[in-house]
Write a protein that binds this ligand. Structure first.
Ligand code: MLT
Length: 272
């Protein structure tokens, strides 16, 4: 069933526009997608949470329909785009920022740069640590492949690790739709995001000083950012809660939207 959303085209200072979908009214929840995806990974949240929240899901710069801007040079560029978006949408009150994996890396940077604009943070299937040397080398290899026209190679390398076994078996449409979003991503955006993720700093030291409550969600079968690692990171943050989502892998909000929406609803209600 299609989700009725309002779509904004927000001009960026770096040229081009940010394509932003939103639905509902109420406390604002901004959802940042993973790599290399777009706002459509949050359709279950736009649908399920919009009766009581204003759910806002941008296509990050270069992804989905957010086209025409110069590629990001760092994760901070994505964070600054979000500030532009909040200003244009007249969201001067602090918001809850929710990011999955790469979206979580961006949320860490936003929390470091603009903590006053946050009333809560939701980290889904992500990690606070920087890349290991091996992971960084692998991203550089991937950039070379992408620049030779190989976005599908990157998508295929990731795809088999994204979902729980149960999702592959019972939700083949979710698996296939995700792959088709990935392979349609722009090579320039994919290469820029790979380099930005490879260069990201370790956010672990930020965790004890987070100034707002945080919710940490992780699929029980996430092999990319495993539950033990996320639970440990959550334990370093003040006012934090960790929830493991059963029968989900790295794409928990897509695989188990009801369980994820329940956890987010409880968290949103707990905020002052
Ligand atoms: C993602 O889902 O955004 C990716 O797994 C992030 C990454 O490559 O580190």
């Amino acid at each position: 069933m299609p989700v009725p959303t309002t779509c904004h085209q927000i001009p960026l200072p770096t040229g081009g526009t940010l394509n932003v979908h939103e639905a509902g009214q109420g406390p604002a929840l901004v959802c940042l997608h993973g790599f290399p995806l777009d706002h459509r990974m949050w359709l279950g949240q736009l649908r399920g949470l919009s009766p009581h929240h204003r759910v806002i899901a941008p296509d990050l710069r270069g992804f989905g329909q957010s086209l025409g801007s110069e590629p990001v040079g760092s994760l901070d560029d994505f964070a600054h785009d979000l500030t532009t978006m909040l200003d244009v949408l007249e969201l001067q009150e602090p918001v809850v920022l929710c990011g999955l994996s790469m979206g979580g890396y961006i949320a860490f940077r936003f929390a470091a740069l603009m903590p006053q604009r946050l009333r809560g943070l939701i980290f889904c299937d992500t990690r606070a640590a920087a890349d290991t040397d091996d992971a960084r080398d692998n991203r550089h290899r991937m950039v070379a492949i992408v620049r030779k026209g190989g976005v599908a190679t990157v998508a295929d390398a990731m795809h088999s690790k994204l979902f729980a076994g149960e999702t592959f078996e019972r939700q083949p449409d979710v698996v296939e739709n995700t792959r088709s979003i990935m392979v349609a991503s722009s090579a320039d955006a994919v290469a820029a995001a790979l380099l930005a993720m490879a260069a990201r700093t370790d956010s672990t030291a930020l965790l004890p000083s987070l100034s707002c409550p945080s919710l940490w969600l992780c699929g029980s079968e996430d092999v990319i950012t495993p539950p033990d690692e996320m639970q440990h990171a959550a334990s370093l943050a003040p006012q934090s809660a960790f929830v493991e989502i059963k029968d989900a892998g790295h794409m928990a909000p897509l695989e188990q939207p009801l369980a994820v929406n329940d956890a987010i609803t409880t968290f949103m209600a707990s905020l002052k």
